[in-house]
Design a protein around this ligand. Sequence first.
Ligand code: CTP
Length: 433
Amino acid sequence: MRIVLGVAGGIAAYKSAHLIRRLRELGHTVTVVPTADALKFVGAPTFEALSGQPVTTDVFDEVDKVNHVRIGHEAELLIVAPATANTIAKIAAGLADDLLTASVLTTTAPIVVAPAMHTEMWHNPATVANIATLRARGVHVLDPAVGRLTGPDSGPGRLPEPEEIVAFALAAAEADTAEAGTTETAAAEAGTAGTDSAGALSGKRVVVSAGGTREALDPVRFLGNRSSGKQGIALARAAFAAGAQVELVAAHVDSGLLADLPAGITVTPIESTLDLQAAMATAAEHADIIIMAAAVADFRPARLADAKLKKSGDEGMSIELVQNPDVLAGLVADRRPGQFIVGFAAETGDAAHTAHEYAEAKFRRKGADLLVFNDVSADRAFGHDVTEVVILAAGDGASDVVDAATLAGTKDDVAQKVVAEIARRTTPVESTP
Ligand code: CTP
């Protein structure tokens, strides 16, 4: 991919050197466009040597090449890291007084901004408003990390580590490209208008549950299920790439899946259904959107043994189970006005009803705004990367009409489409004066 890396003039400019190296290791072409101030922190030869490309700053350098238009046009992804409060303000205002801001203004590629500044600047209402403007326009803004700043102060404002910026930027580019490429297909498949998910959940607080709960039997044993957590994690990433503030309530998930999550996603680990219920109730107090992708155990052992259970002779063993609360139903019952709730269901058909019929009945029973279901009759869903789901939603006409849209693809594809569908249903339609 042809990536343009804009570097603004902050002390964190030194981290852009690692960023260039990492992007090039991944096979991308990187053109660095520093501001004049950035060059006071890192010299042009460093950027040129690391990127293997010439570096210019001013719109009046190499005028014959029309750089101020060409660079933005050729970019397939434009990252500004670090983005200072000043550069963010200029981008928000649409100024184009140097090569970096001119390139931002001319590009149609996905734009990722990684701010770095002192905490006071980050919290200043001017910066807050500028960030909101960028997000509303579909710019992907990575929240700064919390930690030690340039002076003795610490707080939010640190540039996230290059690895995090790379992961966030590539996920954002992928989300935008997938959206652009599949909008028509998805709209045709879904029978709905397509939605560009870039920035579509900007400013929204989203909580996603993922993975399988584990119900302890004794200190070493539990009752669990085969959920990998992949779909829930893909949803958390997709919501984050769409600009949302995301909390992931993670039951047990396959190893490594949480390791490379973008730093901006808050992870709350839980184990049992009762833990999940408590964590979701807390998160729901502030959430605009709740996505229950966790595979929840409907039952738990009636008693938790203090010591490891022992065999006694040849006798079999019975475990008494008690029913767990229905977390999703509880969230629906307690929902705040305007809160949007999504459920998931894995269904199998039988002689009496198809999986689809069971899913529709569950959708009506649960009262969620959307129910995403997959047919697991043929053991197709758990742990696999490619999946096929049906999104059920109340039809626009009568409340007993259910819209069904079939989506297929990787779990990331499905996550992006589900996020686009949520955005379409939660973003108020702007009225024209
Ligand atoms: N769910 C939940 N709490 C439970 C069980 C399920 O919150 N105790 C949620 C899941 O996270 C999912 C949705 O409800 O979003 C449907 O899960 P599923 O296991 O299919 O539903 P059940 O109510 O357990 O239905 P069934 O009778 O088919 O087991």
